[in-house]
Ligand binder design. Sequence first.
Ligand code: FAD
Length: 504
Amino acid sequence: MSEAREYDVVVVGSGGGAMTGAFLAQKAGLSTAVVEKTSLLGGTSAYSGGACWLPGSAVQQRAGIADSTESAREYLRAILVEPDETRIEAFLAHAPELVAELEADPALDFEWLPFPEYYDAPGRVSFGRSIQPTNVKRGDLPPEVGGLVRPPVERDRLGEGGRNTLSGGQALIARLLDGFLREGGTVLTELPVTGFVLDGDRVGGVAAMTPEGPVEVRARRGVLLAAGGFEGNAALREQHGVPGDVAWTMAPAGTNTGEPIEAAAAIGAATDYRGVGWFCPGLEQPDGGGSFTLGFRSGLMVDQRGQRYANECLPYDRFGREMAAAPDRIPSWFVFDSREGGRLPAIAMPEGDPAAHLEAGTWVRADSLAELAGLIGVPPEVLSSTVERFNGFCASGVDEDFGRGADEYDTFFAGGEGPNKALTPCDQAPFYAARFVLSDLGTKGGLVTDEHGRVVRPDGTPIAGLYAAGNSAASVFGAVYPGPGAPLGSAMVFASLAVHDLRA
Ligand SMILES: Cc1cc2nc3c(=O)[nH]c(=O)nc-3n(C[C@H](O)[C@H](O)[C@H](O)COP(=O)(O)OP(=O)(O)OC[C@H]3O[C@@H](n4cnc5c(N)ncnc54)[C@H](O)[C@@H]3O)c2cc1C
């Protein structure tokens, strides 16, 4: 790379926040470079469902959804713990503006996504207020766009599948990249950022590493750090008390290891790690990985004593936090019967081949519950009575222990035929148990930012030229996961606010 790499704006990373910022900056006439560590763009965002929690926009209005900024404020007030009101107000005010700004471009188009929010609290919108980018056909994109977007998770991890229509997170990244390249933006891949170029106490660019040695990419106006969290870094996870494991995170291999966050902290940035992570139950894979799993249709989760400990249909982050709450829940065993022909009665991304699971021992199968208990090392009488009690709840329609099926989220994915759609008995041999670990969609603690996305010092003053969004920043929602699309929605809003500040 030549010495002369200099842009108005340098964006580090290429997830939903990064690409939103890069596209809007370039479109506003600021020369912008996306600097990405790997050879592909999109990170975990490309694996995602592409749901964006962006309340109060014209998209919800078009769909006739009873959403508004006011009800979103009411909802957040009810569920967040000691929020930064200034940032929350900035998020609420800018979310609809951002959607309007994006939809003004022919590359971007959104639709409402029915997907319930994660808390039964005032201001909640029935079936959710999330929006998603519309699908886009690979053939309708310039070839360089399709070639740069990270494949879906099942293809990236297991080599399965492949899509000619990009949906969800792939569509989001592809659409933003399409607009960015059309406006003349620059993409620099395989360039891991290791630190910052300082002009006095101002950030004037980034330092990165190539096989040929260190290089600088200078930024006349500023650097937007949107390089994910530190979910892929075992030492940082331990240091900041994030439960789970590097092997179980959903971030693409070799991506989010937190060096840019550390580098910002080293030049004086304040950090806040209390949000820890966006958690989920993870179906353990034969290779030791964990697959984000949601939408259990039948079956029950038991701890290492053979007992249930939570409503299995809880929103995944809340279930993940239940898993993390006691040591004998990681691993847990998900016990299910044969009513779905030996497939997991849930959405696992990816599920993997049942035969490979059985061979590896990540799943076991037995003709009776007592035999199954022996295979997973729990007392047979405990497992049998746990399942018997659960089946009784299925018959009555009331989960007296954990209230499964009482909330609209619980029944959204489940289509059971009994008195409670989320309660289907586990009674058809042979029986299965699948090993579950605590997975995450990324960490959510990091750099403290203000309402403009500026990275601040512990005294609250901004570090000139440095902005952060996405999982590189401490989440505006703290430890809470409000609803589908909260990671992407907040990343996109604060990246956009950063660009507004950079333009000023
Ligand atoms: C299966 C799945 C479904 C999901 N669905 C949704 C959903 O529908 N809605 C939602 O909001 N969230 C969803 N999530 C969560 C969401 O995808 C992530 O939390 C979010 O996308 C993280 O965004 P990010 O920009 O912080 O990180 P990423 O999207 O992971 O992007 C970070 C990028 O930075 C790059 N990078 C890292 N370090 C460096 C460095 N030193 N130098 C240069 N580049 C670097 C990485 O290689 C990566 O490409 C889902 C997650 C999964 C796994």
